[in-house]
Ligand binder design. Structure first.
Ligand code: FE
Length: 340
């Protein structure tokens, strides 16, 4: 801090006309985020309280990787935040990230949930669960993703677009486990069981179960938490049972939200400090309580709500392997005309 103070005085006396110079010398980290501010700000605030380092964030629904590319060496961004292995891998492939060697990150984040070359790190995990109508289905009717292709469920399934990153990752995981031909057959079976054309987001599928349009949907686990706590949507949530698929074999497909250090990070040390803080017990517990996501760190207990859904076996397939099958998965979605 003394160094910063001395620099500030020198700078101020030499360049009195430059107004934002104190800002330039303050300790800060700049984040480009595809995650909405309300999901990450509480953790950033906790970090600032603990360290005095300010976190500035820019939120956008798309285009942040392109922005990093065009800004190049002049980019102010230190960290990129996003969800889904697809988007983390896209940033890696675009060359806008750099590896981070950190014992804290590698010891608190399971290997399946970080890049083997340390370009991206998972921060939270989420299960792609199957929810079923608690009026029209019995628990145990669906035991696996494979069951979704069983002809006895014809006309009963609702889902979002097969092209969405959450679906592409699930399909890629099936390719990884069973091969492309079996995955194609499976996806065709699922398509044949759809109650309607794929549409809407994950929550819209639960709404459709509540209104009787379908009986089965595939959604990310944290949406159940969000719906339970929403005045209008709690009724949707209360119409379904949660099923963790494939408990008798490979486990439930998991995905992550995660982060990467940018290639030209101007505040690298502070950025790594923030990344390590977000993997800490405190930040991990906050994520679980507030966003209903599973802690990435297996030593941190999930929130009471998540615990009430029960323990389950998760698929340990490394997400880096899933990333390799994403383009084949997207191709299959087109081949079987899943959304058509
Ligand atoms: Fe989501």
């Amino acid at each position: 801090m003394k160094v910063f103070a001395a620099l500030k005085i020198t700078a101020l006396s030499s360049f009195l006309t430059v107004a934002p110079i104190t800002e330039a010398f303050a300790a800060e980290v700049n984040v480009y985020s595809y995650r909405q501010p309300f999901l990450i700000k509480p953790m950033f605030d906790a970090f600032t309280r603990q360290t005095g380092i300010k976190v500035n964030s820019v939120f956008a629904k798309k285009g942040l990787v392109e922005r990093l590319k065009s800004e190049g060496k002049n980019s102010p961004a230190d960290i990129i935040f996003t969800v889904d292995i697809g988007r983390l891998d896209a940033a890696l492939q675009a060359g806008v990230t750099q590896p981070v060697e950190s014992d804290i990150l590698s010891s608190s984040i399971p290997a399946a949930f970080r890049d083997p070359d340390n370009h991206w790190f998972g921060l939270t995990s989420r299960a792609r669960i199957i929810v079923t109508s608690n009026e029209r289905m019995s628990s145990g009717d669906i035991k696996s993703y494979e069951d979704l292709a069983d002809p006895k469920f014809e006309g009963k399934i609702c889902t979002r677009s097969g092209k969405h990153v959450y679906m592409v990752a699930l399909i890629a995981s099936v390719i990884s486990h069973a091969g492309e031909a079996a995955a194609k057959e499976w996806l065709t079976g699922v398509k044949n069981n759809l109650a309607r054309k794929p549409q809407g987001n994950d929550r819209a599928q639960v709404k459709a179960i509540n209104s009787g349009e379908c009986d089965i949907a595939i959604i990310n686990s944290y949406y159940m938490g969000a719906m339970v706590n929403d005045e209008e949507q709690s009724e949707w949530a209360s119409s379904v049972d949660i099923n963790f698929p494939n408990q008798n074999d490979r486990g439930t497909h998991m995905n992550i939200s995660g982060m990467s250090l940018t290639r030209n990070s101007p505040n690298k040390d502070h950025a790594i400090q923030l990344m390590e803080f977000l993997a800490s017990d405190l930040a991990q517990a906050m994520y679980s309580e507030q966003n209903h996501e599973y802690p990435i760190n297996p030593d941190v207990r999930p929130s009471g709500l998540l615990q009430s859904w029960g323990d389950f076996k998760s698929d340990t397939l490394p997400l880096a392997d899933i990333a390799k099958h994403r383009s084949t998965a997207s191709k299959l979605v087109d081949t079987v005309n899943f959304d058509g």
